[in-house]
Design a protein around this ligand. Structure first.
Ligand code: IVH
Length: 669
């Protein structure tokens, strides 16, 4: 085929697929079957593979993600991303609206919207194509998450010709409850730590470096503002409706998701309506947003330092319901901590059915003065598991207090409670089943040793068959042993063995995290590795030395000392070390030595890199970062707005000045 004919075919396929995408994801009314869609998509993929010259980041094939991003670059927002002032008080909203009316006149119009509980995004379109998507960041600069945003099906990547040449659209990226629950169910099955709530998950997902993974997670996006319009719209409502015509997913007026009103009563009605109805929505909202409609009036009202005067958010209080406490059970975690859990009569709360609530510890039970079969008030906060916040004493049926257990429900060992600590512990960490299997699950989890192909059930089975009792035993497992397990075929056994072998290359900080030392999470593990470098030095560190490390306080330091004082732990470490796991911080490999022996100073603000990134680049190329310009400085990397005195000093001392681009050129030589 002629090149031009191929180009035309590719273009036609892309257009058809974009249109079907829009019909399916935005309009919710597909025009072809999934099968037909996939066939067309495959055809396009085939052509793009065969003719790479026609590659386009905005092709519908890019919706599945692809490129691995090393790190997100930060860019300046064209329009600062302001925040909203907010209040839980209806009176504050009335006061705000009255103030607006006083300045603007009674007939001014308000727009009422939902306050989506997700992550703010600003998406730039140029010539009808998605150009760049930035997170809020600090409001001035945001992170470039374009590759990830491209995978969100409700965000169009190419628009019709009739849209403005250059505009920015802002909205909220969120994870619908259904996708959140499916994701957590999948994680639970794989023994991974559960996500706390849809908002954190959306935010974490948007920051994943692997856009393929993002594509699988099912993010969604509602748009709530258009920036950079000229005369296209006179006000906010009109702009949002225009955005709908351009192909964006915007709130539906017929479902009262967006509404115009010129009365305070209208605003209140909207607030009350959604307070009642919000649990029916398939996604989380945490309030409503009220905006003055006319752009001219918005300008008149202006901004405060951080937020516009023309908008305000009314936030809903956390939802509460009452239900019956059927019983209390006690769970043993991997660290031996005992958590009391309330088993409740199932009740609907915030769109999900609640059957259990955490009671945290003995003090909490005492504080609530909880009795058997009490009617309790349950609240959903930021956590996955709701909490009990009170008891309805009027409905108390029995005076029988809930008593905290004295022996471990799993291994019957008497429980202990350290002074000053809220939690009870089962001290039997070598043969209490949930502790042992929990520690192994933690050791193999993705952020630790990342051993794939072992679910919780299999680990429990292996434990009960005496195949594993600590992480060390994983490395002694044989192919034949694995084949004796249910659901373990040859292929999965081989994959598992490979994954176990590969874990020997996992960097020290993740091994340290995987050991499951109490209070040593991912961040603390990193800090410890940076400070001590090797397990030997860490094991020998004194309390004082540990306390000098950033983020490490008394509690963490004590826990580390206790860990290294126990013979069983030292045996485990010796064993793992002999097997070849990483217990030293790998030397940073250099990209080049072009800056070897050179000291660089950075000053001003930069377009492409943050200061931390520049520092890392300097070090990765053998150089050192100096704090101020002196006779020892070799290069001054000068960004915008650099102070004149620094410049003068550098010139006087004959220091070589480099712009950001010159620096990039130098290190990429
Ligand atoms: S307007 C200048 N409208 O709430 C006004 N924000 O600080 C800019 N949000 O994280 C925001 N729903 O992403 C606006 N309908 C809505 C919104 C909304 C959610 C978020 C926004 C930001 C926070 C406000």
């Amino acid at each position: 085929m002629e090149n031009s004919a191929i180009a035309a075919q590719i273009k036609a396929l892309r257009e058809v697929l974009h249109a079907h995408n829009h019909a399916y994801y935005v309009l919710n009314s597909p025009t072809i079957s999934d099968f037909e869609f996939d066939t067309l998509l495959k055809q396009l993929e085939g052509l793009e593979q065969q003719y790479p010259t026609f590659a386009d980041p905005n092709s519908p094939t890019k919706r599945v993600g692809g490129d691995l991003t090393k790190k997100f670059q930060t860019h300046k927002h064209r329009f600062p991303m302001l925040s909203l002032s907010n209040s839980y008080s209806e009176q504050d909203i009335i006061d705000w609206a009255e103030r607006c009316q006083k300045i603007l006149g009674e007939s001014s119009e308000f727009v009422c919207e939902l306050k989506y509980d997700g992550v703010a995004i600003g998406i730039q379109y140029l010539d009808g194509k998605l150009q760049q998507a930035l997170t809020r960041g600090d409001g001035e600069q945001g992170e470039d998450v374009t590759a990830n945003v491209r995978t969100i099906r409700t965000v169009p990547i190419v628009l019709d010709k009739s849209v403005p040449v250059d505009f920015e659209i802002r909205g909220e990226i969120f994870m619908p409850q259904q996708n959140f629950e499916a994701l957590n169910a999948q994680r639970e099955a794989q023994g991974e730590v559960l996500f706390a709530n849809p908002r954190n998950t959306a935010s974490g997902t948007l920051k994943l470096l692997d856009s393929k993974e993002v594509a699988k997670r099912g993010l969604d996006c509602y748009l709530y503002g258009v920036y950079g319009l000229k005369s296209e719209a006179l006000g906010h409502y009109q702009a949002v409706m225009l955005a709908k015509e351009w192909g964006f997913k915007v709130p539906d007026p017929s479902k009262r998701m967006i509404e115009k009103t010129n009365s305070i009563a209208g605003i209140m009605d909207f607030i009350h309506y959604w307070d009642q109805q919000r649990s029916q929505l398939p996604f989380d909202i945490d309030g409503v947003v009220l905006k003055v409609n006319s752009y001219e009036q918005q300008d008149l009202l202006g901004l405060t330092a951080k937020s516009p005067r023309w908008a305000i958010a009314y936030k809903y209080k956390t939802q509460q319901v009452e239900t019956l406490l059927e019983s209390v059970s006690f769970q043993v975690g991997r660290t031996g901590a005992i958590t009391p859990v309330a088993n409740l009569k199932p009740v609907q709360l915030g769109g999900t059915t609640v059957k259990r609530a955490s009671l945290h510890n003995a003090d909490q039970i005492q504080k609530l003065d909880l009795c058997e079969l009490d009617t309790v008030q349950v609240e959903k906060g930021g956590e996955i598991i709701p909490k009990i916040v009170g008891v309805n004493l009027a409905l108390r049926q029995r005076q029988q207090r809930i008593v905290f257990i004295e022996h471990c429900p799993e291994c019957d060992t008497p429980l202990a409670r350290q002074e000053g600590e809220a939690q009870h512990y089962c001290p039997n960490d070598t043969s209490c089943k949930p502790q042992v299997t929990g520690k192994i699950m933690h050791f193999i989890s993705r952020k630790a040793l990342n051993i794939d192909g072992l679910g919780e059930e299999t680990v429990e089975l292996m434990y009960s068959r005496n195949l594993i009792k600590n992480p060390l035993d994983l490395y002694q497992l044989t192919f034949d042993q694995l084949l004796t397990l249910d659901r373990m075929a040859e292929k999965s056994a081989n994959n598992l063995l490979q994954s176990i072998a590969a874990s020997k290359e996992v960097p020290f900080e993740r091994v340290l995290f995987g050991l499951g030392i109490r209070f040593v999470g991912e961040t603390v593990a990193k800090k410890l590795v940076q400070a001590f470098g090797t397990i030997t030095r860490l094991a020998e560190a004194s309390l004082e030395e540990l306390l000098t490390v950033e983020e490490i306080g008394e509690k963490i330091a004590q826990s580390i000392l206790v860990y290294f004082s126990q013979e069983a732990n030292l045996d485990l470490l010796r064993g793992l070390q002999q097997l070849g796991l990483q217990f030293e911080c790998a030397q940073k490999t250099l990209d080049s030595t072009i800056l070897a022996g050179k000291t660089c100073v950075i000053s001003g603000t930069f377009e492409t890199f943050s200061r931390d990134e520049l520092k890392e680049l300097i070090e990765r190329n053998g150089g050192k970062l100096g704090s101020s310009v002196s006779a020892k400085t070799h290069f001054l990397i000068a960004g915008a707005n650099m102070g004149p005195s620094k410049l003068q000093k550098a010139t006087d001392l004959g220091v070589t000045l480099l712009t950001e681009n010159e620096f990039i050129q130098l290190i990429s030589q």
